[in-house]
Design a protein around this ligand. Structure first.
Ligand SMILES: Nc1nc(=O)c2c([nH]1)NC[C@@H]1CN(c3ccc(C(=O)N[C@@H](CCC(=O)O)C(=O)O)cc3)CN21
Ligand SMILES: CC(C)C(=O)C(=O)O
Ligand SMILES: [Mg+2]
Length: 291
C-alpha cells in the first residue's frame, strides 16, 4: 500500500500512471480534454516546438504530450530574423508535417502574424485551414483582451484555442522583446488579459517573459492551464523552442533557455568528419560499396 495519495504528492499522478500526460500509458492522441484533466490533478507537463516530421517523431517517441508548431519556425527553421514574415501557407505546410510525424501528441499550430488580426472571420478562415489541411488539434494566437472576439468565434466553431499573452513576438516592432507585466498597471493588464482569454474559451494560455510571481498568481487564478516560457516555475506547463533546448539555434538565445544538449557541436563535428573522410579517401570503404 502506498502511503501518499496522488493528491498529497507535489506532482500528483494517477497511481498507475495510465492517465498522466507525460509517463502515462495512453497511446491514442491527446485531446484538450486530457489537458483540462491534468490541471485538476495538479500535473505539470512539458511542451516543445517542432517544425518537421522527423524531429516531431523523436519528441513523440520521447512522450512529449503537446507540440507547438510555433511561428518561431520563422527564425529557427526558415531563416527569417523574426516571426513577423511567416505566412499561413508556411505554417500550414510545417504543421501538416508535424502531424504526419506524430501519433500521440496534441499538435497546436501557431497562427502567424496577419492571419487573424483583421477580425474573427479572418481568424476562423485561417484556423479552419490549419485544421482541415494540416490536421492540427488546436491553434494558438497572440493577444489577450484584444483577441477576445477571435478566440470566442474559433471556440464556438469547434476549434480549440491556446492563447498567448505577456511578450507577444509578432508585435516586436511595437513592443520589442521586453519583460511584460512589470509594475502595478502592467500586472493588472496581464491579469485582465488572462481572464479575458479564459472567458473567451481558450483551453490554455502561454505566459511569455513575465515575472515569476505574477505568472504564479495567474496560474492560481485561472482554471485553464498556464504554459510558461520565461515565466518562472509555478506555471502548469513549460514550453521551450526545440532548437534552443538542444543547442542548435546558434547566436544569442534568451536567458530563460536551459540547454540540454549541444547539437550544433555534434552536427558540426559529424559534418567535418565526413568531409575529411571524403577528402582523404577514407569514405566510402568496401563495406559501403555495391558491386
Ligand atoms: N530561438 C527562439 N527562441 C524563443 O524562445 C523565441 C523565438 N526564437 N522566436 C519567437 C519568440 C521570441 N522570443 C524571445 C525573443 C527574445 C527575447 C529576449 O531577448 N529576451 C531577453 C530579456 C529581455 C528583458 O529582460 O527585458 C533575454 O536576454 O532573455 C525573449 C524571447 C521567444 N520566442
Ligand atoms: C515561444 C512559443 C510560445 C511560440 O509562440 C513559438 O515558438 O512560436
Ligand atoms: Mg509563436
Amino acid at each position: 500500500m502506498t502511503q501518499l495519495s496522488a493528491a498529497q504528492t507535489p506532482q500528483a499522478k494517477p497511481s498507475d500512471g495510465s492517465k498522466a500526460l507525460y509517463g502515462g500509458k495512453g497511446t491514442r492522441r491527446i485531446t484538450v480534454r486530457d489537458i483540462a484533466l491534468a490541471k485538476e490533478r495538479g500535473e505539470k507537463w512539458p511542451m516543445l516546438t517542432a517544425y518537421d516530421a522527423m524531429t516531431a517523431s523523436v519528441f513523440d517517441e520521447a512522450g512529449i504530450p503537446v507540440m507547438l508548431v510555433g511561428d518561431s519556425a520563422g527564425n529557427c527553421h526558415l531563416g527569417y530574423d523574426t516571426t513577423v514574415p511567416v505566412t499561413l501557407d508556411e505554417m500550414t505546410m510545417l504543421s501538416a508535417a508535424v502531424v504526419r510525424g506524430t501519433s500521440r501528441a496534441l499538435i497546436v499550430g501557431d497562427l502567424p502574424f496577419g492571419s487573424y488580426q483583421e477580425g474573427p472571420v479572418q481568424a476562423l478562415r485561417s484556423a479552419t485551414r490549419m485544421v482541415k489541411e494540416a490536421g492540427v488539434g488546436a491553434v494558438k494566437l497572440e493577444g489577450g483582451e484584444r483577441s477576445y472576439d477571435q478566440i470566442r468565434l474559433l471556440v464556438e466553431s469547434g476549434i480549440p484555442v491556446m492563447a498567448h499573452i505577456g511578450l507577444t513576438p509578432q508585435s516586436v516592432n511595437a513592443m520589442g522583446y521586453r519583460v511584460q507585466g512589470r509594475g502595478e498597471e502592467a500586472a493588472a493588464q496581464l491579469l485582465r488579459d488572462a481572464k479575458a482569454v479564459q472567458d473567451a474559451g481558450a483551453f490554455a494560455v502561454v505566459l511569455e517573459l513575465v515575472p515569476a510571481e505574477l505568472a504564479a498568481e495567474v496560474t492560481r487564478t485561472l482554471h485553464i492551464p498556464t504554459v510558461g516560457i520565461g515565466a518562472g516555475s509555478e506555471t502548469d506547463a513549460q514550453v521551450l523552442v526545440w532548437t534552443d533546448m538542444l543547442g542548435l539555434t546558434g547566436g544569442r538565445v534568451p536567458k530563460f533557455v536551459k540547454q540540454y544538449a549541444d547539437l550544433r557541436e555534434v552536427m558540426g563535428n559529424a559534418a567535418k568528419a565526413f568531409a575529411e573522410d571524403v577528402v582523404g579517401g577514407t569514405f566510402p570503404l568496401e563495406e559501403h560499396s555495391v558491386h
